[in-house]
Design a protein around this ligand. Structure first.
Ligand SMILES: Nc1ncnc2c1ncn2[C@@H]1O[C@H](COP(=O)(O)OP(=O)(O)OP(=O)(O)O)[C@@H](O)[C@H]1O
Ligand SMILES: [Mg+2]
Length: 285
């Protein structure tokens, strides 16, 4: 679906390249994550892939066509959820969606089921300048789905959303993948990346430092320890640590389990954040 080779990008007024030697491929039907700290170049990369930024060096092809020769119909096939979505503030949410739908040649979808799914149906007739940040974020997500595109670019789609709306949006992303869409998800939220992405590229200072599946990044090491908490004779809580692969034969643990005295069990496998920190020396936020 996407092939990028040796991509470099320099903003006209900057001295240095913002993107350096970027190389990756995205398969059809994949959810592919760009994960990295603020300023790493994630949105710059997304803007190149969506044709918003031109003047890059290297090869970028999407749907088997070089981005340098993509026609107007490119925007019929891709959906872009911007980091900072812009709307016509004096118009209602529904009027905005109807207007943006009218820009497409292909038949567009009814926005109302999406508005309902994203808990915005009651606000559909309110002017967008009365919307909160989270409401605009949800509206931006709906807007990018209206023409039923095959390839979606989502830049921080859960930013500013409360947990319940973030959950709804993430479930919709999974449904879109099941419907055959390819999705590029840009985020510095490692939980979203871990839950949604088939593969993740770690981007730091404009470079891809590592690229793999979340599971492969987190692969359990010998040091993977389990901590369990139980009540001792004095009815005080006590902790015990043991390697995960020895847990099944640990007699004390097995006895406490049978006696139903264990109150908590925590495994300490690496999170994507830990992996990111060890690979780059940087945190994601
Ligand atoms: N229009 C611009 N002109 C010049 N430099 C820019 C421009 N837009 C972004 N940059 C710079 O390019 C670098 C990458 O920015 P970008 O917005 O791609 O980061 P990001 O990874 O998306 O960060 P965030 O997580 O905060 O959204 C930053 O150093 C930023 O200052
Ligand atoms: Mg960004």
């Amino acid at each position: 679906m996407i092939r990028v080779e040796n991509l470099f990008y320099q903003y006209p007024k900057n001295q240095e390249d913002t993107l350096k030697s970027i190389r990756f491929e995205v398969k059809k039907g994949e959810i592919f994550g760009f994960l990295g700290p603020s300023g790493a170049g994630k949105s710059t990369l997304q803007n190149i892939l969506t044709g918003t930024l031109t003047g890059y060096r290297g090869k970028v092809s999407v749907m088997d066509h070089s981005l340098k020769h993509l026609g107007e119909d490119y925007y019929e096939k891709i959906g872009v959820d911007f980091e900072f979505p812009n709307f016509y503030g004096k118009f209602t949410a529904l009027e905005n969606l109807t207007y943006f739908s009218s820009l497409y040649r292909r038949k567009t979808l009814d926005p109302c089921p999406f508005l309902e799914q994203m808990n915005l149906l009651e606000d559909a007739k309110k002017p967008v300048n009365r919307f909160s940040k989270g409401m605009k974020t949800r509206l931006g997500f709906i807007r990018c789905l209206l023409h039923d595109p095959d390839l979606l670019f989502l830049d921080e789609p859960t930013s500013g959303l409360d947990p319940s709306n973030a959950r709804i949006l993430k479930d919709m992303v999974k449904e879109l993948q099941q419907a055959g869409k390819t999705i590029i998800l840009t985020t510095h939220n490692m939980h979203d990346a871990e839950e949604l992405c088939d593969r993740v590229a770690f981007i730091v200072d404009g470079e891809i430092r590592a690229l793999d599946t979340p599971a492969a990044f987190r692969h359990p090491s010998e040091k993977n320890l389990v901590t369990y908490t139980f009540f001792n004779q004095e009815k005080m809580e006590e902790n015990c640590q043991i390697p995960l692969d020895e847990l099944h034969s640990d007699l004390k643990f097995l006895r406490l389990m049978t006696e139903k005295k264990i109150t908590r069990i925590h495994s300490s496998e690496q999170t994507l954040e830990d992996v990111f920190l060890s690979l780059t020396g940087r945190t994601l936020q």
